[in-house]
Design a protein. Sequence first.
Length: 252
Amino acid sequence: MGPGDDSLVGKFWRPARPHKRKRQTRRNLWQSRIKWYGLPVLGLVVGIWATLRFSLLAPDPPVNPNDLCEIFREHTVWYDYAKKSQERWGTPIATQMAFVYYESSFRSHARPPRTQLWGFIPWSRPTTAYGYAQALDPAWGEYLAANGDGIFTVRTDMEYALDFVGWYNHLTNRQLGIPFYNPRQLYLAYHEGRGGYARKTFARKPEVTALASRVQARAFRYDNQLKSCEQEFQCWRWYQFWPFCSANPSPQ
């Protein structure tokens, strides 16, 4: 091998260090940009998503809230949520929906109206009730502690609102012995709290007992309506088909 060959070997095998340094510089530059801009951008994206998910995209109240069949035709997934809550906790679908009607009129972000200072200045709210089920902060905290505190478990989501109603009535049934087919007494315990129900605080509140009677009347009416249309909402998803899914009336 001659001297010319030796020079060629050196040229072909010399390490390309400048290129490596350039790649490393570019990599460091992108890492620096991600470090400074990545988290703020991610936070902005999550904030926009949360706003859309929990506020702007909240479903409108049903056009005809007096007919449970029409409610579920408009918001079919609500049937799935109520059915799941019934199977888990025992409260009939119609009773759950009657509770939500009188608690929030199916408004996802419902709150009690503010009191007024000096008769015209908006002031504090009388309670912390919020969402479809008007769950109070302490009761909602107990629910989260018992069932998991997920970041998506919110009172403005019908799925969790109905599950809360079912969970609360389950505890009422277990502690006070009120049967699930007695919507009036269940609602009195829901409105007054189980301790208040045991002390019969509702006996001094004729407006509350009258409201509980209306809840029961609506629950029974909803139940009769559901019997005529429930099969429409069973096995409605593309992956629900026989023999893995069968359309049968729910036990009431």
